[in-house]
Design a protein around this ligand. Structure first.
Ligand code: GTP
Ligand code: MG
Length: 417
């Protein structure tokens, strides 16, 4: 099965929790704190492979998680780091964050590896919280938790030339005659159901051509196989517009040409404005009159060919090659979206209807990792950090008066200036 679009969930590994323990040994009644740090969570990478040809391995909605870091242990033992996760995708895959619609990576080269999510850092063990005034910290830090992100994977084949036309006009026949690709060819509509690529050799050089399923009138509204497959020629520099000039199916080649161009316009400006070379195919069984009529009505680079007899194929290859040398492509680099670093400083103060205050945000979440709220010492540390980070001052700014109730996480206390 060919799958060229899917959605998956990815998640970096959580950091392991720090450990709380005290050194014990025979004859030592109570040693110092010796809880080790938690391990770092695994990162999530994407890596491109040229030998993969579809996204079929990635079922819609599947979750992929890097390993969590392990908890620290006594005797200063650090927890093991979680294993990174590398998700393999075909070359040509565009990875997007669904929420922001930002492009996380455009995997255009074989072996390209991109770090998309960083694993959470491990929590500090209680050994790290020892100070001159705090000899026996009974608390350690929790590991950083990581959220799962929804991302879309879209395969956009990488080719220089795209073959476009109605079904049965001979697009696949043309590809098989000018390259070593072996697409399915048959005398019925929609023989080609999945795009394929072929390498065309010309002079001492080569270019890649993509054959996609046929388009019909109304494809942009979903008729036939729709216009979804045009995604695969979005990256090309040139379109070879294949026309059946034999009129064997009773269609009008001039109308066909215009109809397909309308569908391209409906898809995108880029495709509508892309340069075209027109290949009038099935010349071996065509009427001269039809050929002349087309040439009169339509201006542009027109080549008369037969994918079956080979007529005009050399000329077509050369014209396409020449045109490729002159096409200027918009090579402004893509704007890449990077997941923001965890915000550990910001907080916001909300005033509830019952006049109580609540403090929320990255700073609070970060501080919460450091405290066991029912431990007096740990709670003192929490209060100090709130003060140091301006939370108390900000409460005052926001109108807090002595005796007002303030809620932070699960604790509620009364505000006093
Ligand atoms: N006489 C003649 N027949 C051709 C020529 N090119 C293709 N055909 C025939 O036209 C039919 C359709 O060819 P395909 O290459 O499958 O057409 P396609 O455009 O890929 O069709 P879809 O995949 O359905 O969109 C086949 O029976 C081919 O043998 C040609 O130059 N001359
Ligand atoms: Mg075909």
């Amino acid at each position: 099965m060919f799958v060229d679009k899917t959605k998956i969930f990815i998640k970096a590994g959580n950091g392991g929790d720090g450990h709380t323990s005290f050194f014990t040994e025979k004859y030592i009644i109570k040693g110092g704190p010796d809880g080790g740090d938690g391990g770092k969570g695994g990162d999530v990478y994407f890596k491109a492979f040229k030998d993969m040809s579809s996204l079929v391995d990635y079922n819609y909605g599947t979750h992929y998680c890097a390993e969590d870091g392990l908890r620290g242990a006594s005797r200063f033992c650090a927890g093991k780091s979680g294993k990174d996760l590398t998700i393999k995708v075909p070359v040509g895959t565009v990875i997007k964050d669904i929420e922001s619609e930002g492009i996380l990576a455009d995997m255009t080269e074989d072996g390209q590896t991109v770090l998309v999510l960083k694993g959470g850092s491990g929590g500090k063990g209680n050994a790290r919280f020892k100070s001159s005034t705090r000899r026996s910290p009974y608390f350690s830090q929790l590991g950083q938790k990581c959220e799962s992100k929804a991302v879309s994977l879209e395969l956009k084949l990488i080719a220089s030339v795209g073959l476009v036309g109605f079904p049965n006009v001979g697009k696949s026949s043309l590809l098989s005659s000018i390259s070593s690709a072996k697409p399915k060819i048959a005398n019925y509509h929609f023989t080609t159901l999945t795009p394929s690529l072929g390498v065309v050799k010309v002079y001492d050089d080569s270019f890649v051509v993509a054959d996609i399923p046929g388009l019909i009138k109304g494809a942009s509204l979903g008729a036939g196989l729709g216009i979804e497959f045009l995604r695969h020629i979005e990256r090309t520099k040139l379109i070879v517009h294949v026309i059946d000039i034999s009129c064997i199916e009773g269609r009008d080649p001039i109308l066909d040409f215009k109809t397909i161009n309308t569908e391209l316009e409906m898809y995108s400006n880029k495709l509508a404005n892309m340069q075209q070379v027109i290949a009038l195919n099935k010349a071996d069984i065509a009427d001269k009159a039809n050929i002349e009529k087309f040439k009169k009505a339509i201006k542009g680079d027109i080549v008369l060919i037969s994918a079956v007899t080979g007529q005009g194929l050399d000329e077509l290859k050369k014209i396409v090659y020449k045109r490729l040398q002159t096409v200027t492509v918009d090579d402004t680099p893509l704007e890449i979206f990077v997941y923001p670093e965890r915000d550990t400083l910001n907080f916001e103060i909300v005033r509830h209807d019952d006049a109580s205050f609540e403090v929320m945000g990255g700073l609070i979440d970060e501080l919460a990792r450091n405290v066991v709220l029912d431990d007096l010492e740990s709670n003192k540390y929490f209060q100090k950090k709130l003060k140091d980070n301006g939370v108390m001052q900000s409460l005052k700014y926001n109108g807090a008066k002595d005796g007002d109730r303030v809620k932070i996480l699960d604790v509620e206390f009364l505000y006093y200036d």
